[in-house]
Design a protein around this ligand. Structure first.
Ligand code: NAP
Length: 542
């Protein structure tokens, strides 16, 4: 199949080597970008490394994979017809349902014809003489385009820790972020899973039901609150659909573009009983609403500790063995790593076929042919699952050899951490756009509205360039540096920089420790709009 696709790619080359725009990635961002640019009449090609659509939702198909933003919100809002006709079945959509939705959108807007699959981009080079990008695919195909748009995803480059001996493991090895298409049967198998982030929290309860035994290897415990997933409430669905535009508008005015109900009160002004009531109500409702319980949870350590202790008390209530409950209890700031939503996560540790192994003091020594070893003790395993996360926000971009003006590579430019203006454009790299790049709200928000805002901004920018006879747009060095300072200033007013999160790149050995996302969706959108109104302030148009 791959050879046939390669031949097809070569045949296409002759007709598509001169494009207006190349979009890299066919997930939510790439698909909408293609749609918007086609509306503007541009000749566009999308290159996708995988064999089909979906981006992160194509590759993250591990057992239990599900979105943690509610389905009525985690969907496109650009088409009223689409948002009216699509019917979600659950409060939080499962990975297969999201993939169905993405395919439905691609068919409805006839997007597939401009997408080339099995086409991993390995190089993108800006040719200064002709002011165009040359984009090269792994199989050697080259195209050139005026605009190069990276829709490569924030969480798409998997983190594969360099465990000693990993290559000699004889059992089945999986990564949650790159899960095979076929169903994996764990029944009768002894399974090990490394990691306890969102992916592990979702998959552990499902795998535990099937496996003979499940060993969970945990380095740092996470805060996990109930998702309370359930079939979609038909009344709520009708109410939202009756006024979808306003529902979206209200959410877009919230800090994370999610319908969290924010309490305008400090946790420290409330009595112990009042706090307990507020946390308990939100715990019972489920979801990220827990984070809105008080207005100072991410800015005041003492306030945060009240929420953290509430979750720890729940862990002690749910988990039968007090020693296991203690190992599962986090002590970092709640929310400085992404809060996890669960269905039966803590309850799973009461099963007799589940063992929690604490790596906090004794790391994995090495992987061996039939399992792994920790301080001389061997754990025989048939299957090993790496739920070890991603080289977030910059990983997928830096996997491509991107060269801008004067031959400078993005890798060199970002050697001390990513620098970008608005998370959209990079000084030295004209006509290159990054959708939800570092320096934009992206992963701290509902990704769908964030993606749509970026795509719309980029489409309007390209329209303006064409109508005004400009050939190139480039962020100025000064604007870019000021933006990087601003992103860090905003972050430093919160507690989000206080732990070893992937927001800071701290999960990847050697990655510069820089807080990458921008905190606050509405302020960000206002800033983007203001810049346009001020004739693309901070950009050089030529
Ligand atoms: P993650 O949150 O980065 O978790 C990775 C886990 O692997 C952590 O527990 C980490 O421990 C552990 N780990 C990494 N390297 C290790 C090593 N060398 N030895 C032992 N343990 C190691 O990754 P994720 O769970 O895939 O989630 C990433 C993000 O994807 C989430 O935060 C979320 O934004 C998104 N996501 C969302 C959903 C959803 O919508 N429901 C589902 C899955 C993922 P440490 O904490 O000690 O580093």
């Amino acid at each position: 199949m791959f050879n046939a696709q390669q031949k097809l790619n070569k045949a296409i080359t002759k007709s598509i080597d001169n494009l207006d725009a190349v979009v890299i990635g066919a997930g939510f961002a790439g698909l909408f970008m293609l749609h918007r640019l086609r509306e503007l009449g541009l000749f566009v090609r999308v290159f996708e490394a995988a064999q089909d659509l979906g981006g992160t939702w194509f590759s993250n198909r591990y057992p239990g994979a599900r979105c943690d933003v509610e389905s009525m919100e985690y969907s496109y809002q650009f088409s009223e017809e689409l948002q009216q006709e699509w019917k979600w079945t659950e409060r939080y959509a499962s990975q297969p349902e999201i993939l169905n939705y993405i395919n439905y959108v691609a068919d409805k807007f006839d997007l597939r014809q401009d997408i080339q699959f099995n086409s991993r981009v390995k190089r993108a080079v800006f040719n200064e003489a002709i002011k165009r990008w040359t984009i090269e695919i792994e199989d050697g195909q080259k195209v050139n385009a005026q605009f190069c748009i990276m829709a490569t995803g924030c969480l798409s480059a998997t983190n594969l820790p360099k465990f000693k001996g990993l290559e000699i493991f004889q059992g089945s090895l999986y990564h949650t972020g790159n899960w095979p298409s076929e169903k994996i049967n764990f029944s009768g198998k002894t399974v090990g899973i490394i990691g306890t982030g969102s992916s592990a929290v979702q998959s552990i309860p499902i795998i535990a039901q099937e496996a003979k035994h499940l060993f969970v290897f945990q380095r740092t415990p996470n805060y996990v609150v109930p998702a309370r997933n359930q079939p979609i409430d038909p009344l709520k669905e009708r109410q939202i659909k009756a006024d979808y535009a306003n529902f979206r508008e209200r959410n877009n005015r919230k800090p994370a573009a999610v319908s969290i109900e924010y309490n305008d009160r400090s946790a420290l002004d409330a009595t112990r009983e009042e706090r307990q009531l507020e946390y308990e109500r939100r715990w019972q409702e489920g979801g990220f609403n827990f984070l809105g319980a008080f207005n100072d949870l991410i800015t005041n350590q003492a306030a945060n500790e009240t929420a953290a202790e509430f979750v720890r008390s729940k862990i002690r209530q749910i988990v039968d063995d007090p020693k296991v409950a203690e190992i599962l209890s986090p002590h970092h700031v709640l929310g400085c790593k992404r809060l996890c939503l669960d269905t039966n996560y803590y309850q799973t540790y009461n099963r007799s076929n589940v063992t929690l192994v604490d790596l906090s003091r004794l790391p994995i020594e090495e992987i061996i042919a039939n399992g792994l070893r920790i301080k001389g003790k061997e754990y025989p395993l048939d299957c090993l699952i790496l739920a070890t996360g991603f080289d977030a926000m910059t990983g997928a971009l830096l996997k491509i050899n991107i060269r801008g003006k004067n031959g400078i590579t993005l890798k060199d430019k970002w050697s001390a951490g990513p620098k970008s203006y608005l998370g959209i454009c990079i000084n030295g790299f004209p006509n290159l756009f990054t959708i939800s790049g570092p320096g934009s709200p992206s992963v701290l928000t509902n990704m769908l509205p964030s993606i749509e805002q970026h795509v719309n901004w980029i489409a309007e920018c390209i329209k303006y360039l064409r109508e005004s006879d400009f050939v190139c747009i480039e962020a100025t060095k000064e604007a870019e540096e000021a933006w990087v300072v601003h992103v860090n200033q905003v972050a430093s007013q919160t507690l989000l920089t206080t732990c070893n999160s992937w927001y800071l790149g701290a999960n990847i050995p050697g990655k510069p420790r820089v807080f990458m996302p921008y905190i606050g969706f509405p302020a960000y959108v206002a800033q983007c709009d203001r810049i346009v109104l001020n004739a693309y302030q901070g950009f050089r148009l030529t």
